[in-house]
Ligand binder design. Structure first.
Ligand code: NDP
Ligand code: OXD
Length: 321
């Protein structure tokens, strides 16, 4: 029996999202299944049962009448959720150890960078200034992670292992060993009040858009040896109110920030974040989606689906993540 074909709709625009690279990997792992990289004039839309996508053109998936499952090639599905014409089919997102490990590396790297005063030390080196400041232990710093899901939980455990005090905030109640868990709107305030370094790993939804605003950032704990709170946002740019975030960095509400994601990506050359002395900018590469790991993950999920097993990591359309 012919296996249902897989269509790839990939529009990343960066090295990691080279569509040809993804096509080669999917050809390798989808034995006996036709894989089409769109646009492809040879394609018969009726043959397509599965689509693996990253930022597809809005409306493009509606062309496949026999589509059964949509696989988002990243963890965040906000771009898909914004497409009102998205077919009402199971939508699976990426939740794999490879991606999780990469994000944990990023979070640990940047928590350590702020904790170990890297912004000050790099400026000292540029100025040939040998003037170390007193360094405090990790146990003096409380890291609060907004979003205690697949990525946030792993990062929390790693930071805990390094000796930081770690807390997390989610929608539903959680129990993570070594991590003080807060949940829901009512517990946001106590969570913020004891946080020195705020790490944001929330999905972008109608509820979380612009959650990182002046009101929230002003409620962080200012009493740590850092002098002022620090923000690390590797979730999505839409989570931050950028005008208010910049004002907080300029008036000292925040001491510093690491920003991997922005409302407009690529970050425009005239953005003040590029040159702000207390901001570390990275180009949305906190956790790259690896074609080897993810093509295998999607191929396995298709095999599961065809064997009548439940899909894993299906998105709840009502919640938006
Ligand atoms: P998960 O769905 O596993 O976790 C999301 C977490 O956010 C959950 O703990 C969830 O709570 C919490 N949450 C969602 N909405 C709310 C809310 N309204 N109030 C409180 N908590 C809320 O996602 P992942 O951990 O896999 O990924 C998180 C995000 O990271 C992605 O959506 C994506 O935007 C971003 N990302 C960024 C990358 C980068 O390179 N910069 C790479 C990969 C992902 P609950 O547990 O109760 O459901
Ligand atoms: C993702 C991302 O959501 O890379 O996976 O941003």
């Amino acid at each position: 029996m012919t296996k249902g074909a897989l269509a790839l709709l990939i529009h990343g625009g960066t090295d990691n999202w080279s569509p040809q690279r993804w096509k080669r990997r999917f050809d390798d792992v989808c034995a006996g299944r036709r894989v089409f990289l769109l646009p492809d004039p040879e394609i018969d839309p009726a043959e397509i049962h599965y689509a693996a996508v990253w930022k597809p053109v809005q409306g493009a998936l509606a062309a496949f009448a026999n589509l059964r499952v949509i696989f988002n090639l990243g963890a965040g599905v906000d771009a898909l959720m914004a497409d009102a014409s998205l077919p009402d089919l199971p939508l699976v997102r990426v939740a794999v150890d490879d991606l999780t490990g990469r994000m944990t590396e990023y979070v640990v790297l940047h928590v350590l960078a702020h904790h170990r005063q890297e912004i000050y030390l790099r400026a000292s080196q540029r100025e040939k200034r040998w003037a170390p400041k007193q360094q405090w232990p990790a146990s003096a710093i409380s890291v609060g992670i907004m979003g205690l899901g697949k990525l946030g939980t792993d990062a929390a455990r790693a930071l805990n292992g390094l000796g930081f005090r770690v807390s997390g905030w989610s929608r539903a109640a959680k129990n993570v060993t070594g991590v003080a868990c807060f949940h829901g709107k009512d517990q946001l305030e106590p969570f913020l009040r004891q946080t020195h370094i705020l790490v944001c790993l929330l999905p972008l939804t109608a509820e979380t858009r612009h959650v990182l605003d002046k009101s929230l950032l002003s409620r962080l704990d200012r009493t740590s040896p850092l002098g002022a709170p620090v923000l690390i946002n590797a979730g999505r740019g839409g989570l931050q109110n950028e005008a208010e975030l910049l004002a907080c960095l300029n008036d000292g509400t925040l001491g510093a920030a690491t920003l991997d994601v922005f409302e407009t990506e690529p970050l425009p050359p005239d953005s003040p974040f590029w040159t702000h002395p207390n901001v570390i900018v990275t180009p949305h590469n906190a956790a790259d989606t690896d074609p080897d790991a993810i093509s295998r993950y999607v191929a396995d999920q298709i095999e599961r689906f065809e064997a009548g097993l439940a899909l894993q990591n299906a998105v709840d359309r009502g919640r938006g993540y």
